[in-house]
Every structure is written in structure tokens, then in C-alpha cells.
Ligand binder design. Structure first.
Ligand code: HEC
Length: 184
């Protein structure tokens, strides 16, 4: 009897050791799902505004509602916060922290499209997805002469230290970061 209890304990210890790796995989999956939801919601808002009122309307939506949209998506996940981070922000709130900057610098040299999962501590992870520029992004982040003039006027009036212009299609721009805290 005693022996059974002991071997049961051993089995569950082994199983627990095993779940640790599965755990990391699940974390990546959790982060990915939250990032996909954030991306889709932002994309729907941008596409909807473009259809409704062109670049000018979209610039207004991005300038006025991006933070609220992010918040509403984040409120739907109990222990995940998704944000965007870059070394050259338009919105200073999106400036990468030093640990995020390291991952961003790696993407900038490798141009990888893969997710990166970093364990920050017990039950705390950050999952990263790189962001690359598509053609439609250049309306508001492209080089001088490429950006939409009306959109530019609205954006420049609001963001006085904008570092997010001058991009070409395919350029690495920054990351989505899912900050996952499992002890919450
Ligand atoms: C109509 C204008 C417009 C378009 C089109 C646009 N953006 Fe932006 N973008 C903005 C504005 C305004 C902000 C700052 C507000 C915010 O989102 O925090 C911003 C912020 C960002 C940020 C957050 C980092 C920062 O610099 O503050 C990222 C990343 C970004 N844009 C990527 C993209 C990508 C990728 C595309 C194309 C898929 C795109 N944008 C299309 C206007 C635009």
C-alpha cells in the first residue's frame, strides 16, 4: 500500500515535470490567440474606417480610438495584456521596455516571422509576434510624398514626437507583446 502511494507520487512528479514543457507551449498558444484577437480587432477598425471615410477618417480613428480598442480587447482576457511595442514609436506609450528592446533588436536583424516566448519569472511570460509593413500601412507610416496628406495633418497635430514614418513595404516595424501572468 505504502509502495503504491510512493509510486503514485513519483508518477505525478514526473507528470508535473512533463507539464512544464507543455505549459510553455500552452503559454505560446494563449499569447498567440490574444495577439490574433487584438490584430483582428484593430484591423477591422482600420478597414471599417477606410471604407467609411478614407485615410482622413482612419487617421482620426487610429489617433482617437487605438488605446480604447486595445483596452476593450485586453478586458476580455483575465490574465493577458496585449500591447504594441517599438523602438521608434508614434505614441510614446508604445515605447519598448529594455527587455522588449532586446527581442525587437533580434527581429530587426533576423527578419523572422516566428513567435518568441520569453519566461520572465514564475508564472510570468511574454509572447512576441513581429509586425512587418504592408502596402496599406504606408498611407500613414510611409516615406515623405507617399503618406496621405490629410491623414498626415491629423496625425502630426496630435503626435509631436512621431518617429514612425519613412517605412517601406516589408520593413520590420515592431512587435505585438502578450504579457501573460498566470498567477493572477
Ligand atoms: C490611417 C492611418 C494609419 C494607418 C493606415 C496605419 N497606421 Fe499605424 N498608427 C497610426 C496612428 C495614428 C498610430 C498612433 C496611435 C496608436 O495606435 O497608438 C499608429 C500606431 C501604430 C503602431 C504602434 C506603435 C507606435 O508607433 O505608436 C504600430 C505597430 C503601427 N501603427 C503599425 C501599423 C501597421 C503595421 C499598419 C498597416 C497594417 C498601420 N500601422 C497602418 C496610423 C495609421
Amino acid at each position: 500500500m505504502k509502495k503504491t502511494v510512493l509510486s503514485l507520487a513519483l508518477v505525478s512528479a514526473l507528470a508535473f515535470g512533463d507539464t512544464n514543457t507543455t505549459h510553455d507551449l500552452n503559454v505560446t498558444q494563449m499569447g498567440n490567440e490574444a495577439i490574433q484577437k487584438m490584430m483582428q480587432t484593430l484591423k477591422d477598425a482600420v478597414m471599417g474606417a477606410m471604407k467609411e471615410g478614407g485615410a482622413k477618417k482612419t487617421a482620426e480613428v487610429c489617433s482617437n480610438s487605438a488605446t480604447d480598442i486595445e483596452k476593450s480587447v485586453n478586458d476580455s482576457f483575465p490574465n493577458i495584456t496585449v500591447k504594441r511595442a517599438t523602438l521608434k514609436p508614434r505614441n510614446p506609450d508604445n515605447q519598448a521596455t529594455p527587455d522588449e528592446a532586446k527581442v525587437i533588436e533580434t527581429y530587426a536583424t533576423t527578419n523572422s516571422k516566428e513567435l518568441t516566448t520569453i519566461k520572465m519569472g514564475e508564472n510570468h511570460y511574454k509572447v512576441y509576434q513581429p509586425i512587418y509593413m504592408m502596402k496599406m500601412c504606408l498611407t500613414c507610416h510611409g516615406e515623405d510624398g507617399v503618406r496621405d496628406k490629410q491623414a498626415d495633418t491629423i496625425i502630426q497635430a496630435k503626435y509631436t514626437n512621431d518617429q514612425s514614418n519613412g517605412y517601406k513595404e516589408g520593413d520590420f516595424r515592431g512587435v505585438f507583446v502578450a504579457d501573460i501572468n498566470l498567477s493572477k
